[in-house]
Ligand binder design. Structure first.
Ligand SMILES: [Zn+2]
Length: 499
């Protein structure tokens, strides 16, 4: 089969960032928010028809939040596929500008839930229409108890647009401005986007190309280090100030609640990982030796191991699709059928070209019950795995469409379970097809990269964030300090396994 390497966004809203239908949906959202607000205001809790009224409010709110996701996913998709789509950037601003009104209505709603006594609440959420969402409703009620007055929350949410959100977008703008010069074999120099350079630096089979790109990469990002330091300081500073205003002193409280995780669980997880790093360090050292080096270098972590005259197996996009479909089918026909729809309906943006955002993601479109996958595909076995990974996310979303909207939200710890699982189905299958020892080593290494990412790289990021938040509580942190913190975090998390 031949599949498109570009996604189809026209079926969501035709016309890209000029879409009339998108504009219409966005103004409709405004009316729906106003209507929701009026209905929330009119509700006085502790009355006979609480269950019915709550059900009605939840329906109104679900329609709005699905509309937000639909528009937000679409606009973000436009921007990921073309970082220079300036009209899409304006649309992001237009969409976010509608948030404070919605948040104000939600604030009033959550506060009203707290007016219901514990006993009445327990009885209320047993109502037939509320029981399926009782858990999530109780979380909203719990969070409602910590809210400030509606006016204060509205001020924070409004300033958020030019605060937290703005700094987050500013980060994307800086990344989009990054151009990494790369000297090609024919003597010409091309400019790579951050995403292209990253893929090449971590994946090129030539160690010399990787090392050269790593140097240029470090230099290019360092040129903008003060811009990144400002961004990070204000992102986290804004969060810390918001926590403080709500009387929250522990910066982990919110992320833990969001992940429905206890601090003790988190500590037990990292503690266990910390104690069991040695096999991975040994693995990295052995891999470095195969590259003729003593210790693992940063840019070699994900590099393919090519022994003897082995030629790395590559997959065209169509071959990858067929391979994924065949192997998903062995596990679950339902999952394979789903993935087939994703390929056939062009839900995947895979083309390798400049002007795209780095990385990969899967985003859902609740109004059409679809997903879209974003990545840059260049035929390597790792990218087959990434494709399977994102399809795992999309499949996860698809099985949730039948749940009430309120129950469809999940944090990253749950999300990555579905995707990693899908990825491993494919990794195991490629391994089974290996015909030589060299090929097997190559593929086993590719499979190990997941564990290394989770136990070492993600751990480094956690250690870094933790140190950064601690320092940021005391004041601004300089670019130099940030760099030192990251180096220290990587040393700790990789148990000194890196050169
Ligand atoms: Zn993922």
């Amino acid at each position: 089969m031949t599949y498109s390497i570009n996604w189809d966004l026209e079926t969501i809203f035709p016309g890209g960032s000029d879409s009339v239908q998108l504009k219409e949906r966005m103004s409709q959202l405004e009316e729906q928010i106003a209507n929701y607000r009026t209905t929330v205001d009119a509700w006085s809790p502790n009355s006979e028809d609480d269950a019915a009224k709550l059900g009605e409010l939840l329906d109104l709110s679900a329609t709005i939040s699905q509309g937000f996701s639909q528009c937000g996913s679409f606009i973000n998709a436009l921007l990921s596929a073309n970082v220079n789509d300036s009209k899409a950037k304006i649309l992001t601003g237009d969409l976010y500008a509608k948030l404070p009104a919605l948040q104000a209505a939600q604030t009033v709603f959550s506060k009203k839930l707290t007016e219901i006594s514990e006993d009445d609440w327990t009885a209320l959420v047993k109502a037939e229409n509320l029981a399926p969402v009782a858990f999530r409703l109780s979380e909203i009620r719990r969070d409602g108890k910590e809210l400030l007055s509606e006016a204060e929350e509205t001020i924070i949410n409004t300033l958020n647009l030019d605060g937290l959100n703005a700094w987050s977008q500013h980060y994307d703008t800086i990344v989009a401005s990054i151009e990494i010069p790369f000297l090609q074999e024919d003597g010409t120099t091309i400019k790579l986007s951050a995403g292209q350079a990253f893929n090449k630096m971590m994946g090129d089979p030539d160690p010399e190309v990787r090392a050269r790109l790593f140097d240029t990469w470090e230099k290019t990002w360092a040129e903008k280090e003060d811009l990144f330091a400002d961004t990070l300081n204000h992102l986290d500073g804004f969060r810390l100030s918001t926590f403080k205003l709500h009387g929250v002193t522990d910066y982990l409280k919110e992320p833990l609640e969001y992940n429905r995780l206890q601090k003790a669980t988190l500590d037990a997880m990292w503690g266990t990982i910390q104690k069991n790093k040695q096999p991975i360090v040994d693995f990295l050292t052995r891999k470095a030796q195969l590259f003729g080096k003593e210790k693992m270098e940063w840019q070699d972590q994900d590099a393919p191991i090519i022994l003897g005259d082995m030629e790395e197996r590559t997959y065209t996009f169509d071959e990858a699709a067929d391979f994924i479909l065949t192997n998903f089918r062995k596990f679950s026909p339902k999952m394979a059928d789903f993935a087939q729809v994703a390929f056939e309906k062009s839900w995947i943006e895979a083309e390798d070209r400049p002007g795209k955002r780095p990385g990969g993601y899967c985003t859902s479109l609740p109004e059409t019950k679809e997903s879209r996958i974003f990545m840059t595909y260049s035929n390597s076995v790792n990218e087959v795995a990434t494709l399977a990974h994102e399809l795992g996310h999309a499949f996860h979303s698809s099985v949730l469409w039948e749940l009430p909207e309120l129950n469809r939200n999940y944090a990253m710890n749950v999300a990555e379970t579905a995707s990693t699982f899908a990825e491993l189905i494919v990794a195991d299958a490629t391994l089974k097809e290996a015909t030589t020892k060299e090929e097997k080593i190559n593929l086993l290494d590719a499979k190990m990269q997941n564990a290394i990412a989770m136990f070492m790289n993600i751990h480094a990021r956690f250690i870094f964030e933790n140190s950064f938040y601690q320092a940021r509580q005391k004041g601004l942190v300089s670019a130099e300090q940030i760099t030192e913190m990251m180096t220290a975090a990587q040393k700790e998390s990789y148990a000194d396994g890196l050169a």
